[in-house]
Design a protein around this ligand. Structure first.
Ligand code: C2O
Ligand code: CU
Length: 477
């Protein structure tokens, strides 16, 4: 690993006269097309940005509209939007709208739901997000590398009647693997990452910067939308001297509650909406840290209090319960029950797996870069036969058994599932998620109503795991 050190404290930076970026995400401008549809434009391109701070050169990234995270797409629940994606990269790409329950043809999985967007070409996505909440968009082509290089952004669907807050702040978290010149290390096919915890970075950013600060005022109520866009890092956010109240996971409202230990744990691709009543001291600043490694928490964000207190504090005292989204309740009286056995990885028990219809032993699998399997199958492309089919409208129960010593955030496209059982953390039970975290050797049961027809991708969101076989297709028809 490189000698790049992201651990310079903010105080040191201030002494050195460094600029702290107070960057809120830039909203993507929209125009109304002739037919009245709100239209956005994303350009996938190569650009440079300062990820690592003033002491380092700019980093070359692959990104949307010149920035990573890309600009924030924002619309209202029930509103139709159209996004024109122009590919100015030298390689094929697509865009997936993570967590949005939209038609299959708009889902952005290359070869499965659309042809890749070739260099110089444009593809237009159009859909009506049924759910309000915090979602995101990201490349789904050669995903580990393209997301790892910065091709993602936040997508927020506003409630028709949102809860009252003074500030609404999206915080996109990521980690990057940088060399001593702050350039992305080009080892996206690193075998060790494939077989173990995935591609972890050495530099953690909030909204694309290591020195990010957000201005707040005492007395304000702030809604933070935290999004983990990392390839593999499980991010544990802690707000120094503040007590966040979680109101939604993966875009879906939950009963407002203070999480255990006041920490927000997000696996790759997961989101949480949290409300914080700002009660710090005016003029002071407070850290938000990532406790991924409990021995050395990394500052990811500063909350900088203005000298002045908020005047009105309008939002305080009002309800924190978000209105429910139109998700059909699962019917557990006669569900279709499917096992989902996760196998493989270093120190695992997997001895063979099926690749493209043929059984392969461990050494052969290793040579092919296939190190993980779901139900004995190590996936090799996105047009494989479905793992199983569910009739439209039926409730499907997935019984996960993680028979590996590694964590897996498992994501199903086009649907959200309800957590029914979880051996690892009871607190996850009842959550409605698009991505469920399974710790080593854990098991969990989730259920969803298969009400969105199509062939849906289902995979681990540790992107190297998916690439190395941990993916499948579930067909709803
Ligand atoms: Cu966010 Cu198939 O992924
Ligand atoms: Cu995994």
């Amino acid at each position: 690993m490189s000698t790049f050190s992201p651990d310079i404290s903010r105080r040191d930076l201030l002494k050195a006269g460094a600029v702290i970026s107070a960057s809120q995400l830039i909203p993507l401008r929209s125009v109304f097309a002739e037919d009245g549809v709100r239209e956005f434009e994303l350009v996938a391109q190569i650009s440079t940005t300062n990820l690592a701070g003033d002491f380092f050169p700019e980093t070359e990234v692959w990104c949307y509209n010149g920035m990573s995270p890309g600009p924030e797409i924002r619309c209202k629940q029930g509103e139709t939007i159209r996004v024109k994606v122009k590919n100015e990269l030298p390689v094929d790409t697509t865009v997936h709208w993570h967590g949005l329950r939209i038609p299959n043809a708009m889902d952005g999985v290359p070869y499965l739901t659309q042809d890749p967007i070739e260099p110089g070409k444009t593809f237009t996505y159009e859909f009506t997000p049924p759910d309000a909440g915090t979602f995101w968009y990201h490349s789904h082509m050669n995903t580990g590398e393209q997301v790892g290089r910065g091709l993602y952004g936040a997508l927020v669907v506003d409630e028709v009647a949102p809860i009252a807050v003074d500030r609404d702040v999206t915080v996109v978290l990521d980690d990057w693997r940088l060399n001593e010149n702050a350039q992305i290390i080009d080892d996206f096919k690193n075998r060790r990452d494939f077989a173990r915890a995935g591609r972890l970075g050495n530099s953690v950013t909030a909204n694309g910067s290591v020195n990010n600060a957000i201005a707040v005022r005492k007395g304000e109520r702030v809604r933070f939308r935290l999004l983990n866009a990392a390839n593999a890092r499980i991010i544990t956010s802690r707000f120094q001297d503040h007590k966040p109240v979680v109101v939604a996971f993966d875009g879906q409202p939950t009963e407002p509650h203070q999480p255990e230990g006041h920490a927000i744990i997000l696996g790759p691709a997961q989101r949480a909406d949290v409300i914080i009543d700002m009660n710090g001291t005016p003029g002071e600043s407070y850290h938000v840290v990532d406790g991924f490694n409990p021995q050395s928490p990394i500052p990811i964000l500063e909350l900088e209090y203005d000298q002045e207190e908020a005047k009105s504090g309008v939002a305080k005292g009002s309800s924190l319960q978000l209105p429910p989204n139109p998700i059909v309740k699962v019917d557990l009286s006669e569900p279709q029950v499917e096992m989902v056995v996760l196998e493989g990885g270093d120190l695992g028990r997997m001895r063979s797996a099926n690749v493209d219809g043929q059984d392969k032993g461990l050494s052969e699998l290793f040579l092919m870069g296939k190190m993980w399997a779901i139900n004995g199958v190590s996936a090799f492309r996105s047009t494989m036969p479905p793992m199983f089919k569910v009739p439209l409208g039926k409730t499907c129960v997935l019984k996960f058994s993680n028979q590996t010593v590694w964590p897996h955030p498992m994501h199903l496209h086009g649907h959200h599932f309800t957590v029914i059982e979880h051996s690892g953390s009871r607190s996850q039970i009842g959550r409605i998620l698009d991505t469920v975290m399974l710790g080593p050797e854990e098991s969990a049961t989730v259920a969803f109503v298969a009400d969105n027809p199509g062939k849906w991708f289902f995979h681990c969101h540790i992107l190297t795991h998916a690439e190395a076989g941990m993916m499948a297709i579930i067909e709803v028809s």
